[in-house]
Design a binder for this molecule. Structure first.
Ligand code: NDP
Length: 303
């Protein structure tokens, strides 16, 4: 039995993301300052957006603000086009230009892509060394094989929350609800790598409640408000809610917080849990990419 599941809690500990994000940002800011001093320029992040939609703009503006706060040069790259074919061509051109620009160290492409614009277009064009949100198959494959690569920031944030809950991951029974390439599957691989026994659930899973009830760690990334309730949980379980849903004008997660907090040992709120950590970790990935590219450039210059 794990630390988080030894006894039923009367009220779950709230795992707030903001204090952890503040720690990570402080570390990133120091690394950015050292990089800038050494290279004579700050690390650069390009955020590519295909067709502007209001929710995307809010999210992207938050990322760019986060860049400025730690000294990173952030730029937004708009890809325009009247139809999907032109947009895909514009996307390929933009990504090739950013790949070739040594002042751009990391590239993220805003998801979801507009209708008809294929993810394959991004995968075929983005440089895996600049793919700081881990969507390129090289990075996904490195994770699958247990090597160092870029992991999607949301999956990384969920794992970080699990670590910070204090639960012992080794030997724990974990249930991950959701099997997407950006959250569910990378998290399942990360937890497996840390010796948890992982059950991945999805929309066709039978008897979901029975599986959840056995888990010491429950991660929910389904986009379904209220999917997990308190009565489905093992007392003391650590519950990580990745879901972001708008319900009656409010942002809610996938877990029914009110019933879950009486049973869980620790739980992330929505908003304010995994979300704030995601952007901070994305910046830490950027710094790692910038440092790696600078060291490779040095090696090339020395040969
Ligand atoms: P996807 O829609 O790509 O995947 C959802 C997954 O949940 C699928 O595997 C689906 O199963 C499964 N699912 C859907 N309904 C059920 C159900 N009733 N029971 C069990 N499984 C179900 O979403 P994402 O992975 O991109 O995102 C998941 C959630 O996380 C969303 O709410 C999203 O908004 C949020 N999110 C949060 C972020 C953050 O920073 N906090 C960042 C990114 C996403 P199937 O494969 O069978 O269809």
């Amino acid at each position: 039995m794990t630390e988080g599941a030894t006894e039923a809690a009367t009220e779950a500990r709230r795992l707030e993301g903001a204090p952890f994000a503040t720690d990570i940002r402080a570390r990133v800011a120091a690394e950015v300052a050292a990089f800038t001093e050494e290279q004579g320029r700050p690390p650069g992040l390009a955020v590519v957006i295909c067709g502007r939609s209001a929710p995307s703009m809010v999210y992207l503006e938050r990322i760019l603000k986060g860049c400025a706060a730690v000294g990173v040069r952030g730029e937004m790259v708009d890809v325009e086009g009247d139809d999907a074919v032109r947009m895909e061509a514009g996307l390929t051109t933009a990504l090739r230009r950013l790949n070739a620009d040594p002042t751009v160290n990391g590239i993220i492409v805003q998801m979801p892509l507009p209708k008809g614009v294929r993810l394959r277009t991004v995968i075929d064009a983005i440089d895996p060394l600049k793919d700081i949100d881990g969507i390129h198959p090289l990075n996904a494959g490195l994770l699958r094989l247990g090597f160092e690569g870029f992991v999607p920031a949301t999956a990384h944030a969920a794992l970080e929350m699990i670590h910070r809950s204090g639960v012992e991951v080794r030997g724990a029974d974990a249930v991950v609800i959701g099997r997407s390439a950006v959250v569910g599957m990378p998290l399942a691989f990360l937890l497996t790598r840390e010796d948890a026994t992982v059950t991945v659930c999805h929309s066709k899973t039978r008897a979901l409640a029975d599986k959840v009830r056995r888990a010491d760690i429950v991660v929910v990334a389904a986009g379904q408000p209220g999917l997990v309730t308190g009565e489905m949980l093992k007392p003391g379980a650590v519950v990580i809610d990745v879901g972001i849903n708008v319900l009656e004008g409010r942002i809610v997660g996938d877990v029914d917080f009110e019933s879950a907090r009486g049973v869980a040992g620790a739980i992330t709120p929505v908003p304010g849990g995994v979300g704030p950590l995601t952007n901070a970790l994305l910046l830490s990935h950027l710094v790692r990419a910038a440092q790696r590219q600078a060291s490779e450039a040095r090696e090339v210059a020395e040969t």
